[in-house]
Design a protein around this ligand. Structure first.
Ligand SMILES: [Zn+2]
Length: 318
């Protein structure tokens, strides 16, 4: 047996830096984040130098691969970061802040930031696919769903309005993209569909959904299935792929995350999109998925500040 968790970069700080450097600097040449010079730095190996430290020969400044990435200004050791990346990338329904905190120690706030920085790294275009979904003879399914708290968990307050999510999936080998929209209206969905679905695609929806009413650019390539008339499959016309995705999303959001605030819903959607778009079925295993996410850490310094509301959310018992 060979456990994925035995890899040296999960335990050894130097191996962890080497792993990240190999993904940030693909041709093996260190890039100085201070002056931008490529391949003109030396690794500092002295006893007093911390792992991962380089010195640029051009500007004489010291740097690590953390600078300008989601790893910047974090005190967590790099091998712990990689463990967290692996957990998040290999758990089909995600991993809660509470679980991250139990596993890695530290505060809930630290765990919360760790999770959100990893979600930041999972953003496209660093996942496998870029450009619009679909194309000639390819099928894109579209549907909407609603995410919200169960009424019984809010006994003392009126139930919060549910959040609207629309998603597009390219059937077969393609990717999924989900969007948190203020309301499900043709005006809100139309620009998303125009931007993210190739106009030569076959576009499939349920007749009764709003996505089903805004398929204009596809003309006769827009095919609908009538769920309200109990029609679910007609030849290769169906929306089962997108419904399957929504069921993974909902099991994760309700089962693992339990409460996702409106302000952060899009980040969670990004996380579920990333795992689905880079799934086993399209030939991406857990190890490769983790590597893709780490690659996405480049240029993704997290810029937003912790607000009181975010700290409150981090303190919610999960
Ligand atoms: Zn430099």
């Amino acid at each position: 047996m060979k456990s994925e968790l035995s890899a040296p970069y999960f335990h050894n700080e130097e191996a962890a830096f080497a792993y990240v450097e190999a993904r940030m600097w693909p041709d093996g040449k260190p890039i100085c984040p201070k002056c931008g010079v490529v391949g003109q730095a030396g690794r500092l190996r002295g006893k007093s130098s911390r792992p991962g430290l380089w010195k640029c020969y051009a500007c004489r400044k010291e740097f690590t691969v953390r600078i300008g990435t989601v790893f910047e200004s974090s005190h967590a050791p790099m091998h712990v970061w990689l463990q967290a990346f692996h957990l998040m990338c290999s758990s089909k329904k995600g991993i809660s802040t509470r679980q991250l905190q139990r596993t890695f120690g530290g505060s809930m706030k630290t765990a919360w930031f760790l999770g959100h920085r990893i979600r930041e790294a999972m953003k496209e275009p660093h996942s496998t696919f870029g450009g619009p979904l679909g194309g000639a003879f390819r099928v894109v399914e579209s549907d909407e769903t609603y995410i919200g708290r169960k009424a019984e968990s809010r006994a003392y307050e009126p139930p919060a309005p549910k959040q609207s999510v629309m998603a597009l999936v390219e059937r077969g080998w393609g990717a999924v993209r989900s969007f948190h929209v203020p309301n499900v209206t043709a005006a809100n969905l139309q620009p998303i569909i125009a931007k993210h679905v190739h106009s030569d695609s076959r576009y499939m929806t349920d007749t009764s959904t709003v996505s089903g009413m805004v398929g204009l650019p596809f003309r006769d390539r827009h095919q609908t299935i009538n769920h309200s008339a109990k029609e679910y499959v007609r030849g290769d016309v169906y929306t089962n792929t997108i419904e399957g995705y929504f069921s993974i999303l909902k099991r994760g959001i309700y089962g693992i995350y339990q409460h996702v605030s409106e302000a952060h819903l899009q980040r969670y959607l990004t996380e579920f999109d990333f795992r689905y778009s880079n799934r086993i079925k399209v030939g991406v295993d857990d190890v490769q998925r983790t590597a893709l996410a780490v690659q996405g850490a480049w240029g993704r310094r997290l810029t937003y500040e912790t607000t009181r509301a975010q700290r409150r959310e981090a303190a919610v018992p999960f």
